[in-house]
Design a binder for this molecule. Sequence first.
Ligand SMILES: C[S@@+](CC[C@H](N)C(=O)[O-])C[C@H]1O[C@@H](n2cnc3c(N)ncnc32)[C@H](O)[C@@H]1O
Length: 321
Amino acid sequence: MEAPLDDQESLGAGLKPGDAHYRAYVGPPEDYDLIAAMTFNLLTTLGLRQHHSLLDIGCGSLRIGRLLIPYLNRGKYFGVEPNEWLVEQGIKRELGRALLEIKRPTFFFSDSPETIAQAKVPFDFALAQSIFSHCGLDLIKNWLSAMSHAIAENGALVATFLPGEEDSPQRGWVYPEYVKYRPATLRRVAAEASLRFELLDWGHPQQKWAIFAGPKFDSGWFKNRPLTWNSGLRKSSAKTKWEMPLQQRLRLVPTFGTVKAISMMKADCDRSITMNFWMTRRFEKLMREAFARQAMIIDGTGGFMSACGRLPALRASKVIL
Ligand SMILES: C[S@@+](CC[C@H](N)C(=O)[O-])C[C@H]1O[C@@H](n2cnc3c(N)ncnc32)[C@H](O)[C@@H]1O
């Protein structure tokens, strides 16, 4: 039996971009999920963490907001959107009111870049997905100028655009039609706003990804290496390791032995392993009866808590080479 009409999910299948349906209005409805996944993965690969503040420019029907709002800590998501009905539909059909209550995002119903000054927090990340592909250069300059005051020095605006041989001459908001720009033009207007324009090697079904970075945003780790989750994680683990205070390091000098649970660690003597407090205590106890003459245990990351339920889990995930 078919579900009653009210219970059916309306995904806007077959509608065109710009049509008056909350999914279709913001782009091809069949890509609604894909755009969300692509963008969330990019932001987290670039280093977005739960404690960061994020501004979603032209957040529409919360296509990406429905992933970002649950992920970020309470009060850390900010959206700007002139079409209030889109946000309302996004809450009703995608996010749910309960999450709104739990996470308390802030929305500015405006098309004015000046509005974001009201947020009064420096943004670690900002997002403009399919926004600059609809902005005249005058409007892009206004957004970049506002962003140069609103993002943290080590923050970045992550944006899409359509590259072209020539710069589109239109002004203001152009929708649902598109505008195109030469990357050199965007680099110039970014520099005028004291932002660093860099192209990103991250796929998009129609557009190109770029960052407009603050002066201290670290993009060096993916300059000559692929922008992947693995290289991002390696970079942040290395940082955690070196940032740890010295007093949290313990040097254990156990004698040779054979405790089954840690036998895999033998191969990694002389290297560092990172573990949380609970694991350090447990490991210390085992090490007293066990092996590994020169293993050094670095305590205090906390970040591996969930993976440390049982000692054997250590084998695969904790060894930092
Ligand atoms: C192509 S949609 C993209 C929506 C959203 N970023 C996403 O990826 O799902 C463009 C959005 O920008 C909003 N918008 C309209 N005028 C704008 C302006 N002047 N500045 C920024 N966004 C604007 C539209 O209402 C619409 O929600």
